[in-house]
Design a protein around this ligand. Sequence first.
Ligand SMILES: Nc1ncnc2c1ncn2[C@@H]1O[C@H](COP(=O)(O)OP(=O)(O)OP(=O)(O)O)[C@@H](O)[C@H]1O
Length: 453
Amino acid sequence: MPDTRPKLLIVEDDIGLQRQLRWAYDGYQLFIAGDRAEALEILRTEEPPVVTLDLGLPPDPDGISEGMAVLAQILTERPGTKVIVASGHGDRASARRAIAEGAWDFYQKPIDIDSLGHIVGRAFHVHALEEENRRLAEAAPADGRVLGRMITAAPEMLKVARMIERVANANVAVMLLGASGTGKELLAKGVHETSDRASGPFVAINCAAIPETLLESELFGHEKGAFTGAVKTTIGKIEQAEGGTLFLDEVGDIPLPLQVKLLRFLQERVIERIGGRQPIPVDTRIVCATHQNLDEMIAEQRFREDLYYRLAEIVVRIPTLAERAGDAVLLARHFVSKFARDLNPQVKGLANDAIAAIDAWSWPGNVRELENRVKRAVILADAKLVSAADLDLDAGEEVEEVVVNLRAVREAADQQAIRRAIARADGNVSSAARMLGVSRPTLYDLMKTYNLG
Ligand SMILES: Nc1ncnc2c1ncn2[C@@H]1O[C@H](COP(=O)(O)OP(=O)(O)OP(=O)(O)O)[C@@H](O)[C@H]1O
């Protein structure tokens, strides 16, 4: 029977330690290398996701030069590998340097098998999660699903995408509620492109960005001579979206008199251009969005309740980026490769301190803020990896700080992987444990720790 246990490479030149480690890890397929050549050969043939690396290797067993060289080569050849370095007792400077060069974590000698086992276990979880994220991100555009352009692995957001797919073809008005930058316009396009109107136009208008005096003409159009300056007949956005979808962004900013006119269109499906005398039938689907509290506006009579019910046949609430565990890092990777391609091809990815900082940041401006920060960072970066400083985010200079942040990253990743595996196994803990590569009791412990299930 093929061995399906996860592969762990241990790079260690001390024969005694090799033996000790061999016994400690019966949950993994172990590969042991005593020097650089052996390590690289195993890396290439077995592709282990996780490597523990002693920095003191021959020909420099008392220094770290050989260990650092092996680290660099592993990360060049297989950048996704999680390398955990072993540093000598009290040698924090080496650990710090190795982390700055891309190691995932470190442990200090003498080895404590339990805590090292814990670090290794988490490294496998994070690696599996990243692989799946990468697969999802890569698969999305290829599989042709319209909402495939939305990048997410968070259950909260996948639920939103599924809901959009379900309502796309029911000809109902959809209202998207979410903070600024959460992806409302992208989802509105998703509604359009998944619907049977996809071959028609998608027209967007931001009602907050247009002065009140011009909004009516923008929406409904005007006839030549309707007002001073109306030198030619112009059709409005509603008509432009004939046969397609009109996205009314910031619908809460439409002034009351115009709300009446919009309501009439929604009830009768005809419009009148300013200065026009003919009602014109228009077949346009409305998707709208706002970040305002419409209930409050209705109570204060600033928004018409009858219009609200016409616009909000289906209400979709979009979670903030902070509520979608793991998505900030996933999106950041996507934006790094997108912007690096166009703006700075030497940039290859995110440094560990950047990943920790992205995960720790609260993203008040949501995906838009993330996109802008990553874009600027890619332009400014002068190394291969974008750092927390390039992103203008606090990284914390001490290794201790990074470790705390990495732990937070890992815990978030754990929770997400567990939730997903349990969902996929339809609540069966044994098969979820098999998927995650841990024993059933371990999974129960983790579920208890994270309050899942
Ligand atoms: N899940 C996602 N995957 C990929 N890109 C995204 C995602 N969500 C948002 N974006 C990108 O982030 C930017 C902001 O998104 P969008 O304009 O849809 O947000 P919004 O909620 O309409 O913002 P606002 O309320 O400020 O108008 C866009 O460039 C969009 O393409």
